[in-house]
Design a protein around this ligand. Structure first.
Ligand code: GTP
Ligand code: MG
Length: 446
């Protein structure tokens, strides 16, 4: 039988294994009955109550603290009961089995939070932030997830949605008075508001992009001419001999991937074949793959042999790099050139051989990913970036339609689409498929 949103669900909310305390959580219409059966009475709402947890025959399975949160003022918005017993796997299993006996079904991963969303306790971006907070890999990521949960993204999206609603009202009013439409739109300053919104959407997108880097990590491709020291640098960052290093130019052919932790921030480093003209079919394939990696990078480390300096080879590489791709110039082999280590004029001077300057590079990469990025930082997902980008496209299309005098209908339609895209972030507009994908990644019991 298919799961129904009317089912009462139960799960062990604490991680598997042995612990001082373990929690079984129950949510749904049967929760008060479960409490009565297990505890012998319904605890006072929101009061910690010590009680024995009783089995089917009235025998105590365990004892502990019980909490009853009547809906709608609960995490899920439904009646919720939490049983805090001793945190052993057998005790927890017994307690969960007892709840299932009483008519609950096991909760799917994230189902408590999904119900919180469906009952309007959280919006979708906040629900995602719950999972991100639990999975945060650094204190910075946790703080940023907390800010997203508090609505750092949601509140701004809501404001933009309100702006779009107001604009749609003006535009649709103009639709009703075709003779005066131009005046109505001018009076409502629709063009100015659209420009404003465009700028604000871009600012929010920039902030969200930083939040995505913090959550997912940055994909950093190491590129440069053969023998510049790319693989040596990868080994330094990974702190292990991951890649083969030789004095022969063209050593690396395959793409090599290493995930490095920068104080908890995941950095995905990709080492690639040295970029040059080659007749060797194997090397040519390696170079083709290097360019493919560059195509999907968040940033490129362009490694330059400082004893040779930046020259025509680097100029040719720079010319082929995607225009919007951030490039970090790294001057390697300063032990040969004699340059001091450190960051100067946006370039980083280091030696992969001696390790001088490598810490500067690590610090630079952390800063780029938003580490210690201040109070404004909030965690975000690629889904949000994508929705913001599409929203902006429709806002710009509306602005162009307005300029070109293409007719108020087109402006109205673009505004409607913009609102729809933006609404995906908070779940104002959502599909079952999207919800399934989001909540399936949660842990059970949350
Ligand atoms: N003196 C000195 N030699 C270095 C340094 N970094 C790398 N090398 C040497 O430079 C040569 C090439 O290093 P690799 O790391 O293989 O260079 P690569 O850019 O990966 O080369 P390809 O894979 O051929 O494109 C090796 O002999 C390294 O030992 C450095 O900082 N100082
Ligand atoms: Mg190499």
């Amino acid at each position: 039988m298919a799961d129904s949103p009317d089912d009462t669900i139960a799960a062990i909310a604490t991680p598997p294994g042995f612990g001082g305390v373990g929690v079984v959580r129950v949510s749904g219409g049967l929760a008060p009955d479960v409490a009565r059966a297990v505890l012998g009475h319904l605890p006072a709402p929101r009061h910690a109550t010590h009680a024995a947890f009783l089995g089917d025959g009235g025998e105590p399975l365990d004892d502990g603290i019980a909490l009853y949160f009547p809906g709608p003022r609960s995490y899920t918005g439904e009646d919720v009961v939490e049983l805090q017993g001793h945190g052993g796997p057998v005790v927890m299993d017994l307690l969960l089995a007892r709840c299932l006996e009483l008519g609950c079904r096991p909760a799917r991963p994230g189902e408590f939070t999904e119900r919180a969303f469906l009952n309007g306790r959280l919006d979708l971006a906040q629900a995602e932030a719950v999972a991100d907070l639990i999975e945060a890999g650094s204190a910075q990521a946790a703080r940023s997830a907390r800010r997203a949960l508090d609505g750092a993204l949601s509140h701004r999206v809501e404001r933009f949605l309100d702006t779009l609603t107001a604009l749609r009202v003006s535009v649709e009013a103009a639709l009703d008075f075709p003779d005066e439409d131009v005046d109505i739109l001018r009076e409502a300053r629709v063009a100015e508001h659209l420009d404003d919104l465009d700028g604000q959407l871009e600012a929010l997108r920039t902030g969200a992009a930083q939040g995505v880097l913090l959550r997912e990590g940055m994909r950093l491709v190491i590129a440069g001419r053969p023998n510049a020291g790319k693989s040596s640098l990868l080994n330094r960052l990974a702190r292990r001999e991951a890649a083969i290093v030789t004095h022969i130019p063209g050593t690396t052919r395959d793409v090599l991937r290493e995930t490095v932790s920068l104080d908890g921030l995941p950095l995905h480093v990709v080492d690639t074949a040295g970029l040059r003209e080659s007749d060797d079919p194997v090397e040519r394939e390696g170079i083709r793959r290097a360019w493919a990696e560059i195509g999907s990078a968040d940033a490129v480390l362009l490694v330059i042999d400082d004893s040779l300096g930046e020259g025509a080879e680097e100029a040719a590489i720079r010319q082929r790099l995607p225009e919007t791709l951030p490039v970090i110039a790294v001057h390697n082999k300063i032990d040969l050139s004699g340059a001091p280590p450190g960051e100067r004029e946006g370039r980083i001077y280091l030696s992969a051989a001696t390790d001088a300057g490598v810490l500067t590079l690590r610090a630079h990469l952390k800063a780029r990913m938003g580490y210690a990025g201040g109070e404004g930082l909030f965690l975000a997902r690629r889904r949000h970036l994508d929705a913001l980008a599409r929203t902006r496209e429709h806002v710009r299309a509306a602005r162009q339609a307005l300029d070109a005098g293409l007719g108020v209908e087109l402006v109205a339609e673009d505004l409607r689409l913009a609102q729809e895209c933006l609404g995906e972030i908070t779940g104002k507009v959502s599909s079952e498929d999207l919800l399934g994908r989001i909540f399936a990644t949660f842990c059970i019991g949350k």
